[in-house]
Design a binder for this molecule. Structure first.
Ligand SMILES: Cc1ncc(COP(=O)(O)O)c(C=O)c1O
Length: 353
């Protein structure tokens, strides 16, 4: 009898990660921190115009998008790389710098893909808990965890799922403690927070800052993320990346999206307005939540949390049960006021309040 192949040691050891991605299109999607109403109409127009047989038959070109992103971040184009979402950027960076057995430090709870890709490259995830019930960023603890086997530190600011941020001083503290290691600062929710560490790249040869078109720009389905770092680091990451990893439509759309800054600015304004309304509603309902600088809010429902998420889903509203990581907690994406009001109405019905 022929036998099936064995998986690699790294894949065998990985903890599976299966986010609930299926069957979402007909529902109000407040579960993945996407843009709730979608991308700029100019991006859609670009898709229509680009869709020709010749365009789809041709491999993508990246010089223009890299130049444009470099200008956007105030760096040279050889200080930027792109990937199919921040996910592929995290993968690319960890693959380029982490050997099997090396440690990668990340706070907990944080973005699941830090652990996922660490395990995929055979690294050892070292999860440092956020501090106390207020989930304060554990800068000291992360710095203290850095040892001879540490090869990288991954942090998200604002953090998913808590919405809290790491201050500039805290990031600087980690950068200083992590000499000769990668420090990846994932700024996927930058647009809602407005503070960046990109300017630190010129002075810190260990820093990578990642961004994405998946959140404020409303292009999660397109899969385009990027990282900024010193050119030596970017050359190393690019060496291990596919020369055609990002599709040509995503590239065209990203160029169009960057032209329409008004659209993103207005969307962010609406989200910040709705986030305030949501938080004051949670205050009135006596539900504890964690202050957020992103387009989502984590709140505490206690024992009935999973049941409440299921009931909301049955009513056509998806939020994300976080009980597996934080007992009794759920995360809701914030969109404009209308969508937030829909959530609040259904939520009150579920709570009977
Ligand atoms: C912190 C963080 N980084 C990155 C991503 C994903 O970005 P992308 O769609 O670009 O892979 C997410 C998505 O939830 C996130 O929360």
């Amino acid at each position: 009898m022929p036998e099936a192949p064995e998986p690699s040691v790294a894949v065998r050891r990985m903890s599976p990660y299966n986010p609930p991605l299926e069957g979402r299109s007909e529902k109000l999607r407040l579960d993945f921190n996407e843009n709730v109403i979608g991308c700029s109409p100019k991006v859609l127009e670009t898709v229509r115009q680009a869709a020709s047989r010749g365009f789809l038959a041709t491999y993508p070109e990246y010089a223009e998008i890299l130049r444009r992103l470099g200008a956007h971040f105030g760096v040279d184009s050889d200080q930027v790389t792109i990937g199919a979402g921040t996910d592929e950027i995290i993968n690319g960076i960890l693959h380029a710098f982490v050997n099997p057995g090396d440690e990668v430090i990340m706070p907990k709870p944080s973005f699941a893909m830090f652990r996922f890709y660490t395990q995929l490259v055979g690294g050892v995830p070292i999860q440092v808990p956020y501090r106390g019930s207020e989930l304060a960023f554990p800068a000291e603890e992360i710095a203290a965890a850095i040892g001879p086997n540490t090869k990288a530190v991954c942090i998200a600011t604002p953090n998913n799922p808590s919405g809290g941020v790491a201050s500039r001083d805290e990031v600087l503290h980690i950068l200083a403690a992590a000499d000769r290691r990668v420090v990846l600062v994932d700024e996927a929710y930058f647009d809602f927070h407005g503070e960046t560490m990109v300017d630190l790249v010129k002075d810190w040869p260990n820093l990578f800052v990642a961004r994405t078109f998946s959140k404020a720009y409303g292009m999660a389905g397109m899969r385009l993320g990027m990282a900024v770092s010193q050119n030596r680091n970017i050359a190393i990451v690019r060496k291990g990346q596919s020369p055609y990893g990002v599709n040509s439509l995503a590239v065209r759309c990203a160029l169009a999206a960057m032209e329409d800054t008004d659209y993103v600015r207005e969307y962010v304004r609406q989200v910040l307005e709705a986030r305030e309304v949501l938080c004051s509603t949670l205050d009135r309902l006596g539900i504890r939540y964690w202050p957020s600088r992103a387009n989502f809010v984590l709140f505490e429902l206690g024992e009935g949390c999973s049941r409440a998420c299921e009931r909301l889903s049955a009513m056509g509203i998806l939020i994300r049960d976080q009980s597996a990581y934080l007992p009794g907690a759920a995360r809701v994406t914030v969109g404009p006021l209308g969508e937030t009001a829909q959530f609040v109405a259904a939520f009150r019905e579920v709570l009977g309040k």
